[in-house]
Design a protein around this ligand. Structure first.
Ligand code: MG
Length: 158
């Protein structure tokens, strides 16, 4: 069996008047993430890790923010496309591990829904999708609730 590993990172600003969507789940909060698409930073970081594992570039290459086609895009649709791309190269996901860094809101109660959603979209088992959440201990921009950042690692197998 061959294995490849990739890492991904994303950060989006928290602003008023936007939905907060992470892992395809809309989370109740008075602020949401700003971006060209739905700004689902978790899904974006996972896609970048999947692409990185195969040296296929990054999501900006496939879904450029300058392209009106992706305005307000549901990131789960982009994730499906990236999954099809890695499968077309003969690879499948071994496992995903990710960490969301958010000072607020508390995300613990939503992690299982996000895992369910991403596992279903990717066609993998729940135990292949790990999502953790932490605060930034009130340090820096994320700690001041100016944004939410995500790190993800994905292992691919063939
Ligand atoms: Mg992004």
């Amino acid at each position: 069996m061959k294995i490849r590993i990739g890492n991904g990172y994303d950060i989006h600003k928290l602003v008023e008047g936007r939905d907060l969507i992470l892992g395809g789940i809309k989370i109740p909060h008075h602020l949401g993430l700003l971006g060209h698409s739905d700004a689902d930073a978790l899904t974006h970081a996972i896609m970048d890790a999947m692409l990185g594992a195969l040296s296929l570039g990054d999501i900006g290459h496939y879904f450029p923010p300058t392209d009106a086609k992706w305005a307000g895009a549901n990131s789960l649709k982009l994730l499906e496309e990236v999954n099809q791309l890695i499968q077309s190269h003969g690879w499948q996901i071994g496992n995903i591990d990710s960490v969301i860094i958010a000072q607020r809101p508390k995300l613990k109660a939503h992690l299982k829904s996000m895992r369910d959603c991403l596992a279903e979209v990717l066609g993998i088992e729940l135990d292949q999708v790990s999502i953790k959440a932490t605060t930034n201990e009130k340090l820096d921009a994320v700690g001041r609730e100016e944004g939410i950042a995500v790190y993800a690692v994905v292992l691919l197998t063939k």
